[in-house]
Design a protein around this ligand. Structure first.
Ligand SMILES: NC(=O)c1ccc[n+]([C@@H]2O[C@H](COP(=O)([O-])OP(=O)(O)OC[C@H]3O[C@@H](n4cnc5c(N)ncnc54)[C@H](OP(=O)(O)O)[C@@H]3O)[C@@H](O)[C@H]2O)c1
Length: 209
């Protein structure tokens, strides 16, 4: 049975990802922070606070026996900060860079070193790859675009491991909707992620609307 580790499984996209991978005969190791999902066959929930490198390393260390069997990884955790540019401080940039980029790097490095990693999906956002001005989500946009560069660089460096980045417009049910007339169901995004993680493609930046 294929085994996958997914961060943030108690969130909107995370729940849809768990459902998609369980339906397709994966064993899912799912990370959550404060909201433990209900027990399910072929799933194990791993509690962890990912808010500092020390906490991430503790989380990875104590779950090493479970995680070392995973060949698939989805770095789904990645919070957004909504704030006018004029109100931003350096802390806001640090926050979004840490939570969207460093968490993914730290977890990915662990998997590269300690597992037989085959495929990784990182998660972007709707304007990924576009050079444009922002009014409300600048630190998040910077962080997600850094993640895109990292994804493409890892794809080149760590062949034959596959690294792809999947983005979407706002998810149905999200508390922050960037463009009101454009949303997508988490299930549709999860289905595309499932398709891409199993393909032989690497270094892709895929947008789902
Ligand atoms: N929402 C959107 O419209 C949208 C659009 C495009 C891209 N994305 C991207 O899609 C991905 C998933 O987003 P989402 O909206 O589905 O997320 P979400 O619903 O906001 O879920 C947040 C997740 O983060 C966990 N979490 C919160 N604080 C944490 C901490 N200190 N340490 C560890 N985990 C913590 C939560 O765990 P608990 O609930 O257990 O505390 C939960 O599982 C993200 O990368 C996001 O940037 C989202």
């Amino acid at each position: 049975m294929n085994k996958i580790f997914i961060t943030g499984v108690s969130g909107l996209l995370g729940q849809a990802l768990v459902e998609m991978f369980l339906q397709n005969d994966f064993f899912v190791y799912g990370h959550y922070f404060q909201h433990q999902p209900e027990d399910q066959d072929n799933a194990k929930w791993l509690q962890g606070d990912l808010s500092s490198l020390k906490k991430i390393r503790n989380f990875l260390g104590r779950n090493q026996p479970d995680l070392s069997g995973c060949e698939f990884l989805i770095n789904n955790y990645g919070p957004i900060t909504i704030k006018d540019i004029s109100a931003l401080t350096a802390d806001d940039y640090c926050h979004d860079f840490f939570h969207n980029v460093l968490t993914a790097i730290e977890i990915t490095d662990f998997f590269i070193q300690q597992t037989r990693l085959r495929s990784v999906i990182n998660i972007g956002f709707e304007n990924i790859g576009k050079i444009m001005p922002y009014k409300k989500v600048l630190p998040y946009a910077i962080a997600k675009n850094a993640l895109l560069l990292i994804t493409k660089s890892h794809a080149e460096t760590y062949q034959p491991i596959r690294f792809n980045l999947v983005s979407s417009v706002s998810l149905n049910g999200a508390s922050e909707i960037l463009k009101k007339n454009q949303t997508v169901s988490p299930r549709k995004v999860a289905r595309e992620i499932f398709r891409i993680i199993g393909s032989n493609k690497s270094g892709l930046n895929i947008m789902i609307k």
